[in-house]
Design a protein around this ligand. Sequence first.
Ligand SMILES: [Zn+2]
Length: 334
Amino acid sequence: MTRYNSGTSLPPELRTAIDRIRKDFSVASVARTAGVKLVRTGNEWKACCPFHDDGTPSFYIYANERRFVCYGCGAEGDVLDFMRRAYGGSVVDAIRALDGGELGPIAAPEPEQPRKDWSKLVARIWGDSQPIAGTPAALYLRNRGIDMDLPDCLRFARLVPPKTPGNGLLAANGPNPLPALVAAVTGPDGSLVAIQRTYVTEDGRKAAVIATEQDRKPKVKYSLGNVRGGAIRLGPAAASITVCEGLEDGLSLAEGLGRPVWVGAGTSMLPAITFPEAVRSVVIGADNDDAGRVAANAAAEAYVARGLSVRVSPPPAPHKDWNAFVMATRGVTA
Ligand SMILES: [Zn+2]
């Protein structure tokens, strides 16, 4: 398969063509031509997602119409990522189709398959995990500038990397267990619904990853289980809750505010967090970039629709997120 984003491995003519396509074609114009019905919302567009069976609009186009993200299925990217998802094929096929001006309607997404039931495996990994104190997971959080007493929803385990072919964590480390920070993802009723793993090294750094053809943006964080609607609860349910997208940001906020912070398990999961009735108002600890702003706005819209009062609170510029802000103010380097 042709790579879309890697600059160095591409022939210069193709590189130039890709840059031209990204400039000439916005995601909004291409989506509209492909039959997606866009509705204006603030500076963004939203629509029912063309890539999953979407009952309510979860699909947003932002960053001056250059990027898209779906808070239902997690699809995201630029105009070429949109083309690949919509029509398949290589980047060259996408460029030809766009230049030829012949985009057909996108095939209707498959109805959602029943989700695999991961609950037994989730319960087993959580049950086998150990308290976080004194482990590489605790060291990792200290290295990220987090000094607070760590809550019980964070534990430690040695876990194998995901076995999907081409996985960048597997490619860098091999198939043996690696140290991992394990976070409990709690459902609206307070039960364990999923875990989030952050793979680390023995000396408390992020585990190594290698970009591969199948895993162009390799990551160290993975969820397991039904994360939708759930949150990593770094504090009890209260009348006012602060939410954010990343575990490290959540801990930085919890430490700074001394108030309950809940973390969405995975990017694009913030708007789906479902709160128990005791929660009346939500402060969104947003990331300070385009993606963060659109996520915060989507979450704000979803929470307001459920009758919650909402405030959006990004870290002061130029800091990208709350953890970066805390690290910078303390002079910690990642
Ligand atoms: Zn979607």
